[in-house]
Each structure stands twice: as structure tokens, then as C-alpha cells.
Design a protein around this ligand. Structure first.
Ligand code: SR1
Ligand code: MG
Ligand code: MG
Ligand code: MG
Length: 397
């Protein structure tokens, strides 16, 4: 008989006690702290102790939708294994998995209550100056160590087979590449932005570009991706960060993870006129643009340095890693464009835009996000980093 049950606080405490090997008489408290779209998350702690543990459990359906959208609980096993694998490549910046139990679809994670969700910190105008470069280092390490630069043919095939994640990656295909680019019932379009959404849905040239990005997402298995690297999947603290929430991970194009995080920083850029007077908002916009630059620079430099040590003589050829980085950059801009569109009119939005109270200002920011998203998809192949920065200055600031 299955041991699975949907955890209440008492179940989370019992699981944490057993999984962490805590004494049966140690007093423990717990609370549900989840704010994500998919799972339940509990914090369990002993009164008086500064650190507790986190219990994350997959429900048999999508939490934010309810039982009408069932979803494999096996995602918890896949996520735990991805986090463990990424943790081997980059322990410094990957949340530690202390235990996982596939039957309960639960895992025990390190407590990051001394960190903040990066999105929330950005919305509070709190700057973490090292976060972007650290995230670039994280991505270089986790991508390199699961790529053909590091693994030989058999090893990479074995790893990519172990990490197949068909149900969650199919959701990404649907909600990232399909629904937002047509009039789909799952979309969430504010009435005031409906005309712009309809224009996108009629844009056949755009849809051809998105089709190519989607096709590559399925077929270009370059590395073991995080799969949902928005600013809510990054916990920041002074001088460090931890990446969480890898349930959408699997093999795919390296530019996907980069594009998603670029887009979330750009969505914050687009939200600034709705949050601050011009001069102040522009300062935060510049900070975000500088973060994208720092993230890309550290990713690129670290990946190239790692690739120089590749045991594959063909891929280690001088100049190849640089050429590969140019392709990754272009892919990233295309995926960034899709993420900007889907977070504005698709099923899952971001607080950066939705949290702007005044509807007229909110819609002006959404319009900006849709327009920049479209431009990135359409022009990704022409935009080197100088042209990209120029575009941001011309179109946004
Ligand atoms: C129906 S799931 C929608 C989104 O929520 C998650 O956070 C992922 O971003 C997914 O695409
Ligand atoms: Mg989350
Ligand atoms: Mg048409
Ligand atoms: Mg997530």
C-alpha cells in the first residue's frame, strides 16, 4: 500500500524528524510557507534554534489550479535528483537536499530563512551586488558538467536518460511556447492589453520564430537545465545565493536557463515606470541591465575556462567555446523574449508587473514587456551584446 498522503503540518514534522534523525522528544514546530504554483512547502524548526529544515512535497495535482489539473508526483523524485546532481557541480549555489523519499513525493532541504527570494528583494529595491555574477558561475558549472564538453557520449546519454522529465517539460512547452502566442483559454490577459495580445496572436512571422525556439527546446539537449530559473527560484543573502525549485529541469538548450533569468530581470526593468518616479526608476533599470551584463560575462568567462579543460579534443579546440557562446547568447535572447510574453499574458504572471496597483500604469508596463519580448524573439540572431544594450536604451530607458 502506498505510504503517500498529502502532508498536514504534523505529517511534515514527523517526516522531518525521521529524515533528519531528530530525537523523538525534541520539541518541533512547523508551518506551511509555500507560495509557488505547484507544491506544498513547510518549515520545521525546534524553538530556540536559529535554523530549521524545509519539507517540500509534491501534490498529485498543480497546487495553483487544483485537482482539475492532475500532475505526476514523480516530479519530486526528479527534482531531488536534479538538485543533487547540480549540487555536485556547484554546491556553493545549489540548495542542499538532505533527504528525499520518492514514495512520499517529499524532500528535506536546507533552511534558507536567512536568505530572501530575489524577486521580493528586487521589488523592495534591495540590491545584492554579487548575485548576478554568482548566478552566472552557477549556470556555467551546472551546464558544463552535464554537457558534451565534460561527459563522453555514453555518460551524457546515460545522464540525459536518467533525467527525463516528460510531464513537466511538456507543461513548459505548452505554457511557454504555445498558449501565449494564440488565444488559449489558459491565458490570463488583462482586458486593457487584449488588443496588443491579439496583435501578437496574428503575427505569423513571430510564431515561426517561436516554433523554432520550441523545436530546439525539445531537440537540443545540450545540458541538464534548471528549467524555471526566474527570480523566484533564487534565494539571496549577503555575499551568496542558493538556487531552488528545479522541478521543471531536464536536458535542453543552455540558452533557455539564461533567457528565463534575463527575462525576469527585464520584466523588473519594464515594471519600474509603474513603481517609481522616472529618475529613481531609471536607476533601478540600470542596475538590472548591469546585472544581466554581469551574469552573462561571468557565465561566459567561466564556461570558456571550463571548456578549455574538456577531454574532448574536438570541443576543446581553441575558439570553439567562444563560437558556442555566441550561439548560446542568441538562443538566450529568443527564450527571454518568449518568457517576457508568457509572464505578461500567459497563465503564470510575475509580481513585478501584476503588483503595480494603478491599472493604467500597469498596462503601460505590460505593453512595454510585450513589445520588448517580441523584439527579442524577432531580432535575437542580429543582437550581439552591444546591440542588445542599445536596444534596451532605445526601447526602454
Ligand atoms: C501551470 S504551471 C505554470 C508555471 O508555474 C511554474 O512556476 C512554472 O514557471 C510554470 O511554467
Ligand atoms: Mg518557487
Ligand atoms: Mg495567422
Ligand atoms: Mg518554480
Amino acid at each position: 500500500m502506498s505510504r503517500y498522503r498529502i502532508f498536514k503540518v504534523a505529517d511534515a514534522i514527523a517526516y522531518a524528524r525521521e529524515a533528519a534523525g531528530l530525537a523523538s522528544d525534541l520539541p518541533l514546530r512547523g508551518e506551511e510557507i509555500g507560495d509557488g504554483n505547484l507544491n506544498q512547502v513547510f518549515r520545521v524548526w525546534s524553538p530556540g534554534e536559529p535554523h530549521g529544515v524545509i519539507v517540500k512535497q509534491a501534490l498529485p495535482y498543480i497546487r495553483c489550479i487544483g485537482e482539475s489539473w492532475p500532475l505526476t508526483r514523480d516530479r519530486a523524485r526528479i527534482e531531488a535528483q536534479i538538485l543533487l546532481r547540480h549540487g555536485e557541480a556547484c554546491p556553493e549555489y545549489t540548495v542542499a537536499v538532505l533527504h528525499h523519499d520518492p514514495a512520499l513525493s517529499a524532500m528535506l532541504l536546507e533552511d534558507l530563512s536567512d536568505h530572501r527570494v530575489w524577486r521580493q528583494a528586487l521589488l523592495d529595491d534591495q540590491l545584492f551586488p554579487e548575485a548576478a555574477a554568482q548566478l552566472g558561475r552557477y549556470l556555467a558549472r551546472v551546464h558544463y558538467h552535464s554537457s558534451a564538453f565534460y561527459l563522453d557520449y555514453q555518460a551524457q546519454r546515460a545522464v540525459s536518460t536518467r533525467f527525463v522529465n516528460p510531464e513537466l517539460m511538456a507543461i513548459t512547452e505548452a505554457v511557454f511556447f504555445v498558449d501565449p502566442f494564440r488565444d488559449h483559454e489558459r491565458n490570463n490577459v488583462e482586458p486593457l492589453i487584449r488588443a496588443e495580445a491579439e496583435q501578437l496572436w496574428a503575427d505569423d512571422a513571430l510564431k515561426v520564430k517561436v516554433a523554432a525556439l520550441k523545436h530546439d527546446f525539445r531537440c537540443k539537449g545540450e545540458a541538464l537545465l534548471h528549467g524555471d530559473l526566474h527570480t523566484g527560484s533564487v534565494m539571496v543573502a549577503a555575499g551568496t545565493l542558493k538556487v531552488i525549485d528545479a522541478e521543471f529541469g531536464g536536458y535542453g538548450p543552455i540558452g533557455f536557463d539564461l533567457g528565463v533569468i534575463f527575462a525576469n530581470l527585464l520584466l523588473n526593468v519594464c515594471s519600474q515606470p509603474g513603481r517609481h518616479p522616472a529618475v529613481i526608476g531609471q536607476r533601478y533599470q540600470q542596475q538590472r541591465i548591469e546585472e544581466i551584463r554581469a551574469l552573462w560575462q561571468s557565465f561566459r568567462a567561466d564556461f570558456i575556462a571550463l571548456a578549455a579543460g574538456s577531454a574532448d579534443p574536438a570541443l576543446a579546440e581553441a575558439g570553439y567555446a567562444q563560437a558556442f557562446m555566441r550561439r548560446v547568447w542568441r538562443d538566450a535572447l529568443g527564450y527571454a523574449g518568449c518568457e517576457m510574453v508568457r509572464r505578461t499574458i500567459g497563465i503564470a504572471h510575475v509580481a513585478d508587473l501584476d503588483g503595480i496597483e494603478d491599472p493604467v500604469r500597469r498596462v503601460a508596463c505590460q505593453r512595454q514587456a510585450l513589445s520588448l519580448g517580441r523584439t527579442l524573439v524577432m531580432e535575437a540572431e542580429q543582437l550581439d551584446d552591444t546591440a542588445f544594450n542599445l536596444l534596451l536604451v532605445q526601447q526602454i530607458i
